[in-house]
Ligand binder design. Structure first.
Ligand SMILES: [Zn+2]
Length: 184
């Protein structure tokens, strides 16, 4: 279950975003920690960066955080956001030395490096999650999430992996995907 009720909200959302050449800054209300807050017609306010992530990628899997590779809380640029666990968040903060300047740290941040093309290759690779993680400089847990289609669900898997024809059911078969998707 995601935070975004997509119908009609996208335009209103982006009208409150100032797109600089680097970060896209939320100009609406800010909440704790400097994160943007989006008021919904119904229900509680949600974080703007989580809202943006869902607009771009679909629902955030339960229990996962949306983190900033730019370390700039009001930024809602989809390319600057990535999924992680609370543990990833701690590691990320330590890795960045708690930088608060909004400096871009993409190349230094392992989870930020993946592209859609990488995800296609990861989905088709016979290598284990650990091996793939090492190749791409990311974590085995993230590779596992990709292969179980819990993140990057909008990227189509190579046909060979889904030869039993379940393609198109983005998140429905996540428990079974690991069987063919990887050894770990
Ligand atoms: Zn940013």
């Amino acid at each position: 279950m995601g935070v975004v009720n997509l119908r009609g909200v996208s335009g209103r959302f982006w009208s409150k975003v100032n797109r600089t050449p680097t970060c896209w800054i939320w100009t609406g209300a800010l909440g704790g920690g400097g994160y943007g807050r989006v008021r919904q017609r119904r229900g509680p306010a949600v974080y703007a960066h989580r809202f943006s992530f869902e607009l771009h990628n679909g629902a955030i899997p339960p229990g996962l955080l949306v983190l900033h590779r730019c370390d700039n809380p009001p930024c809602v640029r989809p390319e600057h956001l990535f999924l992680g666990t609370g543990r990833d968040n701690m590691r990320d903060m330590v890795g960045k030395g708690r930088n608060r300047q909004g400096r871009l740290l993409g190349a230094e941040n392992p989870a930020a490096k993946l592209t859609e093309r990488d995800v296609v290759v990861i989905l088709g690779s016979p290598k284990s999650n650990v091996e793939v993680a090492r190749l791409y400089g990311t974590t085995a847990s993230l590779v596992g999430l990709i292969r179980s289609r819990r993140v990057w669900g909008h990227v189509k898997a190579p046909r060979a992996i889904w030869r039993d024809g379940r393609k198109g059911r983005r998140n429905a078969d996540q428990g079974k995907a690991g069987r063919e998707g990887g050894k770990a």
